[in-house]
Design a protein around this ligand. Structure first.
Ligand code: ADP
Ligand code: MG
Length: 846
């Protein structure tokens, strides 16, 4: 009998453990008299509390409530058993009844344990933020250490002096290797970034080919986010705003959450599940992936919208878009009525648009109680976000990462592109299988690196295994983007040359080696001089750690930093400064004004922009005629806001009507939007390419040259062959044509007259000046260019058609800082035009 009892109990226990919480309640309270009643009461109490109290309860009390709820339930059960006992005391219990009671007690014990375990789990995954001032509890030891602790670890650890030398161990192989690679970069290992996964041997990880064979469903289920699916949906049902935080990227937030929501019915009644991305490539590529996973055509149920490109239809239920696109959608739909859920993804990137969206969506949730808002971020600074969103709950998804060994160079590298090429080959020649990810700053660098690498690989011939070189950057056409996700064929190695986009937005599977030169391209604005320029700057420690983390997704990895450990410690900031605090706000202010938000000083910013920057933006908009002297939007400003363009460019377009050259200026604006990617310059045909380029030059400058290129292409009937012969990138031209079409559509919408046919270029240049009078420089006596207002020294970019001409006055499209401040796309102007187009800004000399 005892045996039978025990057996029964064990069976019960196993079954119970396997069931979820709600089941526990059902199984745990079947027999007793008061139990069912108690369960019912408990249920009513819970719903009652949830409906009546929860919305009003603040964080602390909410947590207490959760605890209490747990206690209550157990207490009820306990009371129940005592009740029973009381009753049974009087009577003589049959053996059967005794057994039942025993069973019940055991069940209670189990229920308690179960409850406790679940509660613990819940606290770990999904925890409430603490009160202000309190420190976040130590995170789960399993989770990755935040950057600060890495730092202190670095300080306490004696830096190991082991020099990492690539190369084979045996002599013969070493000699071969030395012959193969004439130079190499010496690395020093400084520390190991711990992972959450056991440090298992590389061999145990599935080789890439095996992964490729997994079905979509299997892949989806293998993602770290998958076990949290139901909890996540529950949290979203329970709360209007939820923060999703995770240490490691690539766990499936971006691709899976919208699908979970779709499956849970959030897209019913023709509502849309929206998800923003800071980068166009990410929006496009993720949408393509999700469409593939759901087996639908991209643009149907799953679509994306980016500037100048809308790939959605009335059927679209899941929509990925850039943050800038959503920002603009507010203009046509201020309450986002078509959406049931909005996910602001990659919040940690803190782009200007994302930062402004925070304020806008927060405001909307106040009057649209049916709109769910998810903020998803890779940052660990969750409390700040939570506080901003009225103490929204934080849902944590534990990351999954293998340890990553970090190597630094022994000495600074003078030429990091060259160092990248050398390091790639070193890895390829000496390291076991696994793909390589290299972080570069932009298309130009990527192309240079790609060419150098191809050249070296060619020279090495068949001595090395196959190396697939794949670039990723913003202007990359989508068919090329898809390539980076294709599994690497057996025996080959993939090397992905990427911009910052691969830091968190895109996850490429099977990366085991990361090469990080430590730079990124950044737009910076000097509010003192009003000058904005694009420059390559050192990344932050947080970025460096994100990059390193990319090496540990599938197996223990290695990250090679092309800077010294000292540089990491002393030259890198902890975090990247949010864009809102470092770039020109003209565009953002214009959109906000167009949304009717007049009081920008009191706008709900997560981090407010510097006061001077705000004032400067207002001044600029005033000078452009977009605002009146009271800071209100003018008719001109309203029309400018219709264009998804920088205010200067919008003004240039609108001014073209008055100068009777709107067709030409639309072309120029479109060509400037694909800037940098028009002319093609293959290494083996540089002279031909440069001659071809010179043939397009026309008097007046680069803007007119761009116009000339477009017009000739048009005359060739948009021929691909013509592009090929003239070293012009056909894809960029096609994009320019698309952009132009969109701009013309918008021009018609604001009732602009489309006119052209001016043989005189003065009018075109005047129209450009009407927008870009801020960007004016004049030749000084010393033969240098100085900006008109602040006397900053700037130079004409060697690519420009005016490089050797040195006109007295000119305007530039943008500044790029490399070795010095270069003006890119310059046009000759006359100083008297400035008085004509910008009388508020330029006054005649007394
Ligand atoms: P997170 O947003 O959490 O960083 P994602 O949802 O972007 O993660 O990625 C989840 C998984 O989907 C990754 O393994 C990634 O490699 C894969 N994935 C994402 N985009 C694509 C794509 N375009 N093609 C193939 N796989 C992709
Ligand atoms: Mg993501």
């Amino acid at each position: 009998r005892r045996k039978k009892d025990i057996k029964e109990r064990d069976e019960f226990a196993t079954r119970l453990k396997a069931k979820d919480e709600s089941r526990v309640r059902k199984v745990a309270m079947p027999a007793g008299s008061g139990a069912a009643e108690a369960a019912k009461r408990l249920k009513i109490m819970e719903t009652d509390m949830r409906e009546k109290l929860v919305p009003k309860l603040r964080v602390e009390s909410r947590r207490k409530y959760l605890e209490k709820r747990k206690d209550d339930k157990v207490a009820e059960l306990e009371a129940d058993i005592i009740d029973d006992e009381y009753l049974f005391e009087e009577e003589i219990l049959t053996d059967q009844e005794k057994r039942e009671r025993l069973h019940k007690k055991q069940l209670l014990q189990l229920a308690k344990e179960h409850e406790k375990a679940r509660e613990l789990e819940r606290v770990q995954r999904y925890h409430m933020p603490l009160e202000k001032g309190k420190v976040e509890p130590e995170q789960d030891v399993q989770e990755n250490e935040p950057p600060q602790s890495e730092q202190s670890k670095w300080e306490s650890d004696q830096m190991s002096s082991a020099v990492f030398r690539f190369g084979a161990k045996d002599r013969k192989a070493q000699q071969d290797y030395d012959l193969l690679l004439e130079d190499e970069v010496e690395f020093v290992q400084a520390l190991r970034m711990p992972g959450s996964m056991k440090d298992r041997k590389r061999e145990e990880s599935p080789p890439p080919q095996v992964k490729a064979l997994q079905t979509i469903q299997e892949t989806k289920k293998s993602l770290p986010i998958y076990p949290f699916r139901n909890d996540l949906i529950q949290a979203i049902n329970d709360h209007q705003v939820v923060l999703i935080i995770e240490g490691e990227t690539g766990s499936g937030k971006t691709t899976q959450i919208p699908q979970y929501l779709y499956e849970a019915g959030f897209a019913e009644d023709n509502k849309i599940i929206g998800c923003t991305q800071p980068r166009r490539v990410a929006a496009m590529s993720v949408a393509a992936r999700v469409a593939h996973e759901m087996a639908v055509k991209l643009g149907n149920e799953v679509g994306y919208a980016i500037r100048f490109e809308d790939c959605t239809s009335h059927r679209t239920r899941i929509k990925y878009m850039t943050d800038g696109t959503l920002h603009r959608e507010f203009l046509s739909e201020p309450d986002l009525a078509s959406y049931s859920v909005m996910i602001i993804d990659e919040a940690h990137e803190r782009t200007l648009h994302t930062d402004i969206l925070f304020g806008l969506v927060k405001d909307i949730t106040r009057f649209r109680s049916d709109l769910k808002l998810l903020i998803s971020s890779a940052t660990l600074d969750a409390t700040k976000f939570s506080e901003f969103f009225d103490d929204a709950p934080i849902f944590r998804i534990p990351g999954r990462r293998f340890p990553v060994d970090i190597y630094y160079t022994k000495a600074p590298e003078a030429d990091y592109i060259d160092a990248c090429v050398v390091s790639i080959l070193q890895i390829h020649a000496t390291q076991p299988h696994g793909d390589i990810l290299v972080f570069l700053t932009g298309q130009d660098e990527i192309e240079t690196c790609q060419e150098m690498l191809q050249e070296r690989v060619r020279r090495l011939g068949s001595k090395l295994g196959e190396l697939l070189i794949l670039p990723v950057y913003a202007n990359l056409p989508s068919d090329m983007q898809a390539k980076i996700f294709q599994p690497t064929p057996a025996g080959a190695r993939k090397v992905v040359l990427a911009t910052n986009i691969a830091e968190t937005s895109l996850t490429i599977d099977n990366i085991v080696y990361v090469i990080d030169p430590g730079f990124a391209k950044q737009n910076n604005f000097n509010s003192r001089t009003g000058m904005e320029s694009l420059m390559v700057v050192p990344i932050s420690k947080a970025s460096a750690n994100q990059r390193a983390g990319r090496a540990g997704r599938v197996a223990p990895g290695k990250c090679f930093r092309l800077y010294t450990a000292w540089a990491y410690q002393h030259e890198l900031e902890d975090n990247t400064v949010p864009e809102i605090q470092r770039i020109n706000l003209g565009n953002a202010v214009l959109t906000l004004k167009a949304l009717g938000i007049n009081d920008l000083v009191h706008f709900d910013f997560l981090d407010p922009p510097p006061h001077e920057t705000l004032v400067l933006a207002l001044e600029q908009l005033y000078a452009l005629g977009a605002l009146n002297h009271r800071g209100e939007l003018t008719k001109m400003g309203r029309r400018m806001a219709e264009f998804p363009l920088d205010p200067m460019m919008a003004k240039m377009l609108l001014a073209s009507e008055q100068y009777r050259c709107s067709e030409e200026v639309a072309t120029i604006a479109a060509m400037l939007s694909v800037n940098g990617a028009i002319f093609y310059r293959p290494k083996d045909k540089i002279i031909h390419a440069d001659t071809a380029r010179k043939n397009f030059h026309v008097p007046g400058g680069d803007h007119l040259t761009l116009l000339n290129v477009y017009n000739q292409w048009q005359q060739s009937d948009f021929s691909t062959h013509w592009c090929y012969e003239n070293f012009i990138q056909h894809r960029s031209m096609k994009r320019a044509r698309d952009v132009r079409e969109q701009l013309v559509g918008l021009m018609q919408r604001v009732e602009m007259e489309l006119v052209s046919g001016i043989s005189e270029t003065v009018n075109i240049r005047k129209a450009i000046t009407a927008g870009y009078f801020y960007h004016v420089a004049r030749l000084s006596k010393g033969g240098h260019y100085k900006t008109a207002k602040h006397n900053q020294t700037v130079s004409i970019h060697p690519n420009s058609s005016l490089f050797q001409e040195l006109p007295r006055w000119l305007l530039y499209h943008e500044l790029v800082f490399t070795t010095k401040e270069f003006m890119r796309q310059v046009t000759e102007i006359e100083s008297k035009w400035l008085l004509e187009v910008a009388p508020h800004y330029y006054k005649p000399k007394e």
